[in-house]
Ligand binder design. Structure first.
Ligand SMILES: Cc1cc2nc3c(=O)[nH]c(=O)nc-3n(C[C@H](O)[C@H](O)[C@H](O)COP(=O)(O)OP(=O)(O)OC[C@H]3O[C@@H](n4cnc5c(N)ncnc54)[C@H](O)[C@@H]3O)c2cc1C
Length: 532
């Protein structure tokens, strides 16, 4: 067992108020000032701000409370215990695999630490199309600054790992600009296992920052406990009904002055759908965005070992900036962590061909392109609905408009990989084969049918479904995050965004929720509170 300090076990030993699962039975009735559903990016920030304001906060998390002592850098343990649907969540047609966290800290416990403020072009679009006048760069800047200080977001000073360095080298040979990514880490060991839970507590996720702070100052956490539905009457929430995530055991009824939904995009809309929340304009669960991601793998003569070292440290926005935000879909390029199980289950092919690919694994380089969805009428995103058992399902039509962007993205990534000296390049598509030079690859990919289930699409960025808007006909929540029809309910997570962000979303959630939570604390009569 690790001999590193474990802030969670130490906190539990200090007497944190945690119940559920192995931490003991949850009482059948509980009361607080603010009940927060979830414990990820939006929930963590809200919990700290509202607790700082002197309010009595209770968090409800359906996943387990795992700690750095549990994080052994093993994919076989991490995916089943820390991710929604064991990291195999898929859209209803199975064409997109979705990664989301399901544990205390939510997706921040397993994310890859890339930290970007919301791009100015995105904020400008929200102001013009969704009536979000107060969402300008200057108005949000102090809230981003506080989040950056609180979560140690700053430049990464070590050299990039080879997977990232190849992105820079290939792009530079083509005259494509790359830049460094800021990370939310403190004393990072450069292990590269961010996606499996940080074993050294260096990643400044909600698991080791805001949630411990809130628990140290009196907040109450229920784990392995699912928020099932809200009880509603006269335009208000009257209670939150929760059940053990195991399905075994009695329900708990939580009453609060205010309720905050922060269960993440897909799951927050699902709680509202299960509660039959008013939705007069048919917006609930609509416009769910994914930054649909396509991938290109390449083999190099030298070792790449993409599992080693900080995962995403360089990026290129060249292909976001070469056309208008509402024109043909643009994409951000990054070099992700490359671990064997996730790689093996993502690349296409089977049998001997697949075995050959895996033999090349240490020499394999991977690029991803994140498509900026939601800015064009032919990119309306997906919609959440409920299965018969009440669990959520996402329909996400991959339109020709999106898939044409996917084709351009595959071409851009392959060209960069060849420019970096790749021996052969494999765009991740069922009908593609490894190509030996750029001309062959370009011709082959131009002719590939870009269809769902053929081109492999993944996502770790789920956004929207409870969109912010200045007009009730355009969104689910008001610009202050309060539900348009339910006056004591706010949404504080990635489901707020009216389009995709166009950059990795964690800092957008931290900054924007920071402001919404401060306003909420003030309206509830709390002390003034800031993050840092
Ligand atoms: C593998 C991976 C890598 C990523 N890398 C990056 C990155 O490098 N940079 C970046 O900016 N973003 C990254 N992201 C995305 C980022 O982490 C998320 O956008 C962000 O955490 C979403 O915050 P949220 O508050 O919306 O939801 P989450 O952080 O997902 O938290 C939601 C929580 O709610 C819980 N929950 C759901 N339903 C219920 C219910 N009914 N009752 C109780 N609890 C419930 C879930 O278990 C979960 O813990 C990554 C995500 C993943 C999965």
């Amino acid at each position: 067992m690790s001999r590193l300090p474990d802030p969670i076990r130490e906190g539990l030993a200090r007497g944190w108020r945690v119940a559920g699962g192995p931490h003991g039975a949850v009482p059948d009735r509980l009361a607080c000032d603010v009940a927060i559903v979830g414990s990820g990016a939006g929930a963590g920030i809200s919990a700290e701000i509202l607790t700082r304001a002197g309010l009595k906060v209770l968090l409800v998390e359906e996943g387990p409370l795992k700690t750095s002592s549990d994080f052994r850098q093993l994919e076989s343990e991490a995916y089943p215990s820390l991710y929604q649907e064991s990291a195999a969540r898929k859209t209803s047609d199975k064409a997109i695999t979705i990664l989301q966290g399901r544990c205390v800290g939510g997706s921040t416990t397993v994310n890859w630490t890339s930290s970007f403020r919301t791009p100015a072009a995105t904020l400008d679009h929200w102001q013009r199309h969704f009536g979000l006048q107060r969402f300008g760069n200057d108005e949000l800047a102090p809230f981003f600054e506080q989040a950056e200080r609180r979560l140690s977001i700053g430049p990464w000073l070590l050299p990039p790992n080879e997977n990232n360095a190849l992105l820079r080298r290939g792009a530079a040979r083509l005259g494509i600009a790359t830049a460094a990514i800021q990370r939310n880490v403190k004393g990072c060991w450069n292990l590269g296992s961010c996606g499996l839970g940080c074993p050294t507590n260096a990643k400044q996720s909600m698991l080791v920052t805001t949630i411990p702070w809130a628990l140290d100052h009196g907040a109450h956490l229920l784990v392995e406990t699912r928020a099932e539905r809200l009880e509603l009457a006269n335009g208000r929430v009257t209670a939150l009904v929760c059940v053990p995530a195991s399905g075994e055991g009695p329900a708990t009824r939580i009453t609060a002055r205010h309720y905050v939904l922060a269960a993440g995009a897909i799951n927050s809309p699902a709680v509202l759908l299960r509660s039959q929340a008013p939705d007069p304009h048919g917006r609930l669960g609509q416009r769910t965005f994914l930054h649909p991601v396509v991938l290109s793998a390449a083999h190099f003569d030298g070792k790449v070992e993409g599992w080693r070292g900080a995962p995403q440290t360089l990026y290129s926005d060249h292909f976001l900036e070469t056309q208008p935000i509402d024109g043909p879909i643009g994409y951000k390029l990054e070099a992700p962590p490359v671990h064997p199980v996730i790689f093996a289950t993502t690349v296409t092919g089977y049998g001997r061909e697949h075995a050959d690919l895996m033999r090349q694994f240490p020499n394999t380089h991977v690029l991803i392109a994140l498509l900026r969805d939601g800015f064009h009428e032919q990119s309306p995103g997906g919609s959440v609905r409920l299965r018969g058992d009440g669990s959520p399902q996402l329909d996400y039509p991959l339109t020709d408009f999106v898939m044409e962007g996917a084709r351009r993205a595959l071409l851009s990534m392959m060209e960069i990989q060849f420019a970096a000296g790749a021996r052969r390049v494999l765009p991740v598509h069922e009908l593609a084969r490894p190509y030996l030079d750029w001309n062959e690859a370009r011709r082959a990919v131009a002719a590939l049918p870009m269809k769902p289930l053929l081109a492999k699409i993944v996502s770790a960025h789920v956004m929207g479904g409870c969109g912010l808007a200045g007009d009730p006909a355009l969104g689910v929540v008001r610009p202050d995050g309060v539900h348009w029809q339910l006056q004591n309910l706010s949404v504080h997570d990635g489901s707020l965004f009216p389009t995709s962000v166009g950059a990795n979303p964690q800092l957008s959630i931290y900054g924007i929720v920071n402001r919404l939570a401060q306003d909420l604390a003030r309206r509830m009569g709390g002390r003034d509170a800031i993050l840092a």
